[in-house]
Ligand binder design. Sequence first.
Ligand SMILES: *Cc1c(COP(=O)(O)O)cnc(C)c1O
Length: 388
Amino acid sequence: MPRDDEMISPFGSDLAYRIGSRLTVSLSAIVANYSVLRARAGSARVAAVVKADAYGLGAVQILQALREAGCSDFFVADVAEARRLSPYRLGADLYVLNGFQPGAEETCAALGITPVINSLEQAEHWAITAERLGCVLPAALQIDSGMSRLGLQPTEIDKLAQRSGWFERVSVRLIMSHLACADEPAHRANASQRRRFVDLSRRLPKAPLSLANSAGVFLPKPYHFDLVRPGLALYGIGSIPGQKLEPAFRVDARVIQVRSIEAGAGVGYGLSFKAKRPSRVATVAMGYADGWPRQLSNRGSAYHKGIKLPFAGRVSMDTILLDVTNLPDGALGLGDYVELVGDHQTIEDVAADAGTIPYEILAGLGRRLARKYTREALASPAGRCQSQ
Ligand SMILES: *Cc1c(COP(=O)(O)O)cnc(C)c1O
């Protein structure tokens, strides 16, 4: 049974955890997935990408668990995220993928954050800051190896390489790039990006190299270089031939009300669902304000004890209506939970139903969901009589 201090919620007390729909995160599963990635990465260091609040799962808790497990490199998207995590990092390196906006240099320097330098302009600002502070500042350099998203282009790399003064002011901890098609292992772009990355990195002073995200870790060894940067796989998403990642979270929505309706009755906004038979409808406390996509209207499902409960009608802001006619009368009532992600439905299933990718649903999970962190494997929440 988890201790009360492990239950936290956006409202700051465990009470909210008991009354709301919930997101349960298994820190032990994330640590186990970290070990799988470490084994797979061989001699390459394994960093953890905890941007966007660790894809919505809670960056502080996950950073702390992975730090304990020996991870010493963490990536976030922006300086605000880095600032929030900085007090918890215990000497680990914190890299900021987007680098900094003008004006944030001093904050980065003061906190000992390592910005990823994506442009000559950022490079210039960083060196000026180092000069002003009279110190050498750390940085990662990003190279655009073909994705056209972030990073220095060949002519910019050459310009920077010629500025020997820059490399005296800035200590380059990492040269990195990002794969556009790593999730399609046979895609030709993978090999061509890799080749380009190696060629371009040789124009710069020697530093450790990093190319692979989660999908890149599951490409062959030549893609691993000195450091890999998985996010998604840590959170149990994706599959590797011959290896199993542990599910790291579940989402359960709580029942507010159950009603019986006549055949022909309409359900929800626009009455887009019409009962074909006398039916029972359960209303659960989850909606698009909680990040459950409206695209799942009349398409998504929940589960209760393995029985599929199709969404009836449109997803609204705070509620979803479920056709629970296939359950015995009285099987669900006020306070019970239904599974949205868990033993019977993965986030990949949900994303497929919604026509999107798991990243988008995870990162969009609302602040209203109560969050629970456990060091145990994930179990279904008990019904309305639970004592905790
Ligand atoms: C988000 C991100 C990652 C992690 O990607 P996953 O697919 O979640 O493993 C790694 N590197 C960069 C540059 C990223 O933006």
